[in-house]
Design a protein around this ligand. Sequence first.
Ligand SMILES: C[S@@+](CC[C@H](N)C(=O)[O-])C[C@H]1O[C@@H](n2cnc3c(N)ncnc32)[C@H](O)[C@@H]1O
Length: 272
Amino acid sequence: MTEKAEETGGKGPASLDLQMDRAHPARVYDYFLGGKDNFPADRELGDLIAAVTPEMRDTAHINRSFMVRAVKYVAECGVDQFLDLGTGIPTSPNTHEVAQSVIPGAHVVYVDNDPIVSVHGRALLATDSTTALVQADIRDIDRLLEEPKLRQLIDFSRPVAIMLVAVLHYVTDEDDPGRIVSRLLQEAAPGSYLILSHFSADMSPRAHQVVELAARDGVAMRARSREEIAEFFTGLEMVEPGLVLPPLWRPDGPVPSDLSNAWGYAGVARKN
Ligand SMILES: C[S@@+](CC[C@H](N)C(=O)[O-])C[C@H]1O[C@@H](n2cnc3c(N)ncnc32)[C@H](O)[C@@H]1O
């Protein structure tokens, strides 16, 4: 898939294998966020999920707001390079817009395995020499870390923000998400940050229905408990308030009294 996307030289969706006949996580998420870059198969799965779990639309928005606050926080801590793994289809503000509003010229490398993210990303994410987009699978983390485009912009001898926002729940246990995180952190210099959010069934057993519906459409997912998600932060210093429901992570406005639509946990931590 990577070769196919690169070969097209950004000619557009028609020349790529976008697998429009089946749902893709990036496009279902885009549908939940109210975006336009999705196809009937994506909307069909989105509607099936929303029928049993109407909370999922809010969960997507809530997660995206966490991402924006966390990137701003880490940039304000002085980190000027961001590795955004599982980028998603561009949705304003994107990581580089947030990071560069704090540190102009901050470097951002976007990584996603969905070719449609590459199509839109070329125009909206890889805008100048400070940003780049790599189409790759994070499950092959060793190969990704050798990617020349990534190495050109990310200097691992200096602090970097490793972003795994709403992506590890697409990595099943057999693909060992813990190793992905530890390999990234092993590469990262002291002073680096991990920004992570993850879908969970702790809030409602209906979250398992989301996993089942996605699986029926060929999208593998794994809802994890707070305890399991906390393990990804092992050895790091948690930033206050720790691993919490996303709306409770350093809110920049009033927190809604009803948090029953926040199906997941979010946290930021520092490597010392
Ligand atoms: C729910 S979206 C999250 C987007 C963005 N991080 C956010 O939180 O707003 C998950 C993204 O992860 C991507 N993804 C899923 N599995 C992946 C993998 N193994 N390697 C790279 N990207 C992956 C999907 O294509 C999708 O764009």
